[in-house]
Design a protein around this ligand. Structure first.
Ligand code: ZN
Length: 274
């Protein structure tokens, strides 16, 4: 049994501000260590429940946050980017299940630490087949293409709630209760990591007995609609082959499957930067 641990940073234990997750900021060094330790807690749970193999993928910012020298030696780490499948790099038909560690709610969610969708400065909203979708849904849909379910998530209560609403009964580890976008009641890492380890173990135990949630599948062809933050970003994103501009700040395109939709979405957001 092979588990992919896909990691973001906004939902890591103790994180409540961009300063905590932005390379170059004085506080960032503390939180990349906490990120690594949240991941190690998940790895302990996964092996404790009997999985054979763990791959970790660093999905935040430039994908170079996790401290490889402090990572559990039983795992392997996908670091750096861009990689073909970005935040879920390494997911394939041989993967048994995916865990989202340190994830955050989609743009516009109230009481959600650092809620955004892919790029806080460029993406106002994303719809997949007309449904508002954040990074949880987008990445889960790519995993679903390979028939792989998301089995666990850690983050604040809003991120965990979004995952359960969209994906079904995934195991959750709520490490903080957000009371705003930049405020939360946080568990200290020792307590948070115990919850992560336990949830990861429960998720693998359910996989072993065939009781994991179903893979998240999106019907093809896939219509992707993106609302950019400023209209000049939309001017640039519209240059993407196959994209057409809707009213105002939105573009839309159609993709044949979720990996293609993911690639085109990433390209549109990259173009928007200028
Ligand atoms: Zn992030």
């Amino acid at each position: 049994m092979r588990i992919l641990i896909a990691v973001d940073m906004e939902g890591i234990s103790g994180v409540v501000h961009w300063d905590h997750v932005t390379p170059g900021h004085a506080e960032y060094a503390r939180f990349r260590r906490l990120m690594t330790h949240d991941v190690n807690a998940a790895i302990r749970g996964v092996f404790e429940a009997g999985a054979d193999e763990v791959i970790v993928t660093d999905g935040h910012w430039d994908n170079r946050n996790i401290l490889v020298e402090e990572l559990d030696p039983r795992a392997r780490l996908n670091s750096g980017g861009p990689s073909p499948l970005s935040m879920v790099q390494a997911v394939d038909m041989e993967t048994s299940g995916v865990m989202f560690i340190g994830y955050h709610a989609r743009a516009g969610t109230p009481n959600a630490i650092l809620d955004h969708t892919w790029s806080d400065s460029r993406v106002a909203n994303l719809w997949i087949n007309g449904r508002l979708t954040g990074e949880i849904g987008l990445n889960a849909a790519v995993c679903g293409h390979f028939d792989v379910p998301v089995v666990m998530i850690s983050g604040d209560q809003s991120a965990c709630g979004e995952a359960v609403e969209l994906l079904g009964a995934v195991e959750v580890a709520i490490v903080k209760r957000a009371t705003g976008r930049l405020a939360a009641e946080c568990l200290p890492p020792e307590a948070a990591q115990k919850k992560i380890q336990e949830a990861a173990a429960r998720a693998v135990s359910r996989l072993r007995v065939g009781q994991a949630p179903s893979p998240f599948r999106v019907e093809s062809p896939i219509t992707v609609t993106i609302e950019l933050v400023h209209s000049e970003m939309t001017d640039r994103a519209t240059l993407l082959a196959g994209a057409r501009r809707l009213e105002g700040k939105r573009i839309e395109f159609v993709a044949e499957d979720t990996p293609s939709a993911y690639r085109l979405f990433r390209a549109a957001v990259a173009l928007a930067k200028g």
